[in-house]
Design a protein. Structure first.
Lengths: 114, 112
């Protein structure tokens, strides 16, 4: 069975540009969460989606947005990129919205903003 | 105060050693607790859940003290393959069941 898949794996963008990151959860999982991990820190929560609805949002600016599709895949969009947005972006899949601790992470998208 | 605080590390231990990681959390209403493992430049992976009664999985033992808001992980008979960053993770409390809150992580290197 396929695990959580994210694309692309690496990305280089310039300041001010926009980026879209994609995630496909494990088959049967209805919850997708997004996390940002900067070097030397633990992952920080950005969004959770369950059954195509936003269930929670972390302390990130409005430049960050996301959505979940009917097939439960998800996209994370970041507008007006800043140098500080350079990080590993992780997607986590869980069976339902109430068991987010038993989460399976994708390999991440490493975003570099120059 | 940070929501989840861990031993800063890094820890360097010889093979066969016993090593303990400590973690505290600030939200007394937190409901679920976990240890995740993250290898260099890889994604985090769930190592084990942590229960109030304490739980063991092979060489790994996790403990939770809700009164002290303290979580621990003990690794016995360390192997080279245990080298990784160990992340203390808390879920829930105050209407935030939807998110995991991670500590900064503690890097463990097991030496031959």
């Amino acid at each position: 069975d396929a695990g959580v898949t994210q694309s692309p794996t690496h990305l280089i963008k310039t300041r001010g540009q926009q980026v879209t990151l994609r995630c496909s959860p494990i088959s049967g999982h209805k919850s997708v969460s997004w996390y940002q991990q900067v070097l030397g820190q633990g992952p920080q929560f950005i969004f959770q989606y369950y059954e195509k609805e936003e269930r929670g949002r972390g302390n990130f600016p409005d430049r960050f947005s996301a959505r979940q599709f009917p097939n439960y895949s998800s996209e994370l969009n970041v507008n007006a990129l800043l140098l500080g947005d350079s990080a590993l972006y992780l997607c986590a899949s869980s069976l339902d919205g109430g068991r987010v601790g038993e989460a399976f992470f994708g390999q991440g998208t490493r975003l570099t903003v120059v | 105060r940070k929501e989840v605080e861990q031993d800063p590390g890094p820890f360097n231990v010889p093979e066969g050693a016993t090593v303990a990681f400590n973690c505290t959390y600030s939200n007394s209403a937190s409901q679920s607790f976990f240890w995740y493992r993250q290898d260099c430049r890889k994604e985090p992976k769930l190592l084990m859940s942590v229960y109030s009664s304490g739980n063991e999985d092979g060489r790994f033992t996790a403990q939770l003290n809700r009164a002290s808001q303290y979580i621990s992980l003990l690794i016995r008979d360390s192997k080279l393959s245990d080298s990784a960053t160990y992340l203390c993770v808390v879920n829930g409390g105050g209407g935030s069941n939807y998110k995991l809150t991670f500590g900064k992580g503690t890097l463990l290197t097991v030496n031959p």
